[in-house]
Design a binder for this molecule. Structure first.
Ligand code: MSP
Length: 513
């Protein structure tokens, strides 16, 4: 039987600048989902990449004294490097300057055109280069200097140029129907309400081409125009599965995508424009868009002008990769905004990783090493406390899966940590070190139960902390082919008698100053 599929995408990142924590965060969330689904038996496609056209990138290239091609080649590579450092397992890395992508964009354009969804006019209105977005006069706000600004605070400029338009105004009712039928296709629910009220406010036709510069995909049949960068960028999600080839196996297999992960600032593009483009072209919209929140740095909005950008490479260097991966997904309920601070990072790392998880593993493995001839001990009859702890470990997958399926990473980790804390309580109560001479069999049973619980904990934390979880699994002699989720539960139980290597600490502790 064919395995169920799971197609998850990150936004593609503008190559105007070096990657920062926001980029790492979005892709990390997708990486955890992709890893989780693979271990859970899915055929996964995980896509990320770079958004390389448009006015913003063209201007950044000019400012760097470079032509756009050389510039985008260089900056795009930084995002590939980040993926490497963060241990991301994307299956593809798309660049919008690739030929496969121009083909897909032009095909989508032709389909829209053939269906009467495009007409030529003139755009006269406000545009923000930073947001690469058109704004209605009524949406603008007054900045501190009295100048008009985009709702995001970005500068806007008045633009007047010939432009093709997409008949977005015709799609409002269809979008509202779709969201009424499938409310879970925008999460969190609060964000869905923002989308609905934007649609209910009435949609205007959307300008989808530019003529005042040429860094983009040419409009088929009219070389004076290039496509609006968001139409170009959104199309990446179907380019990467082989669109427009009718026989493209990947398209048939993976489309519609299960999840477009995005930040809250770009929800409108994904939950209004993109499904409208797709439906208008006769294609299916994605199953879900999840909009996560934004990070601040020690309480301050992150911005280049404030000079407080958080470099993911620097924090990984300081704290180690897995602790950073853990912190980002545990500290803030996914979907909310969150504040990055060194104090909070150290607290989480020392409290949850070094004390809770690290100590559990370290204590149990060193007792086995010292008292059980470094072999998984043979259990005797299991008592009530043993069975209760084992059953909480056996129940992990189902509970964690439910949270992961709604992208509640913080909740998934909290569920796992409840078992870690229960296991630590069990160690304290059973006090196996006191049983060594008086009741060696009971000690063996307690340590066996704990080794089995640790096996569950390490298997289920792999998506979040692949390196550390892998090292724990090595230390309890769980083979590489015994680490997927089908091994969770009583049937995959750890083998008594297996020889274990000398235990080594997995989670370092940091000075909390
Ligand atoms: N190129 C567009 C996306 C096109 S997708 C078809 C874009 N790129 S971006 O590089 O500006 O932003 C990418 C992602 O980073 C967005 O999801 C955005 O929300 C996220 N973040 C940028 N700053 C952030 C924080 N400070 N915190 C969390 N995420 C943030 O938009």
């Amino acid at each position: 039987m064919a395995r169920p599929t799971y197609y998850v995408t990150t936004p593609i990142y503008y190559v105007n600048d070096a990657p920062h924590i926001g980029h790492a965060y979005t892709t990390l969330a997708c990486d955890v989902l992709a890893r989780f689904k693979r271990l859970d038996g899915f055929d996964v496609k995980f896509l990320t990449g770079t958004d390389e056209h448009g006015q913003k990138v063209a201007e950044s290239a000019r400012a760097a004294g470079s032509d756009p091609k050389t510039f985008t080649d260089r900056v795009s590579q930084n995002f590939r490097d980040l993926a490497e450092v963060m241990n991301f397992t994307n299956d593809d890395f798309i660049r919008t300057t690739e030929t496969r992508h121009a083909i897909a964009c032009q095909d989508l354009w032709r389909r829209l055109d053939e269906r009467g969804q495009i007409y030529l006019g003139t755009y006269a209105g406000w545009y923000s280069v930073r947001d690469e977005a058109y704004y209605a006069e009524s949406e603008l706000i007054e900045g501190p200097d009295g100048k008009r600004r985009a709702p995001s605070g970005a500068d806007v400029q008045w633009v007047e140029e010939p432009s093709y338009f997409f008949r977005l105004s015709e799609w409002g009712d269809r979008l509202l129907e779709m969201y009424a039928e499938r409310p879970e296709s925008v999460l969190p629910a609060g964000r869905r309400n923002e989308v609905l009220s934007f649609i209910r406010g009435g949609l205007n036709d959307l300008s989808i081409s530019r003529t005042s510069f040429d860094w983009g995909v040419p409009v088929p049949g009219d070389d004076a125009h290039i496509m609006y960068v968001w139409l170009d960028a959104l199309t990446n999600y179907i380019t990467a599965v082989g669109f427009p080839k009718a026989d493209a196996n990947e398209y048939a297999t993976y489309w519609p995508a299960d999840l477009h992960m995005v930040g809250k600032d770009i929800l409108r593009f994904h939950a209004v424009y993109w499904p409208a483009f797709l439906m208008a072209a006769g294609l299916e919209p994605a199953q879900r868009v999840f909009a996560h929140g934004w990070w601040t740095n020690e309480g301050e909005k992150i911005s280049k002008s404030l000079g407080n950008i958080i470099d993911p490479l620097a924090i990984v260097d300081r704290y180690g990769l897995d602790p950073v991966r853990y912190f980002l997904l545990r500290e803030v309920p996914f979907g909310n905004d969150g504040d990055f601070s060194h104090r909070a990072t150290v607290n989480r790392i020392n409290g949850d990783l070094a004390n809770d998880f690290g100590n559990l593993v370290q204590r149990v493995l060193s007792m086995i090493n010292r008292n059980c001839a470094a072999r998984v001990p043979e259990p005797g009859t299991l008592g009530e406390a043993d069975l209760a702890l084992l059953s909480s470990a056996h129940g992990l997958l189902e509970a964690v899966r439910d949270s992961i399926d709604v992208q509640a990473f913080h909740e998934a980790l909290e569920i796992i940590w409840r078992v870690i804390r229960a296991a630590n309580g069990y160690v304290d109560r059973q006090a196996p070190w006191t049983l060594r001479t008086s009741e060696p069999e009971r000690m063996a049973t307690v340590l066996y139960v704990l080794a089995e619980v640790i096996r569950h904990l390490a298997i289920i934390t792999q998506p979040f902390m692949p390196g550390s979880a892998g090292r724990i699994l090595d230390q309890i002699a769980v083979g590489a082919d015994e680490r997927d989720f089908s091994r969770l539960g009583p049937s995959g139980a750890i083998s008594a008698g297996a020889a274990l290597p000398k235990p080594e600490g997995v989670f370092p502790r940091f000075a909390d100053d």
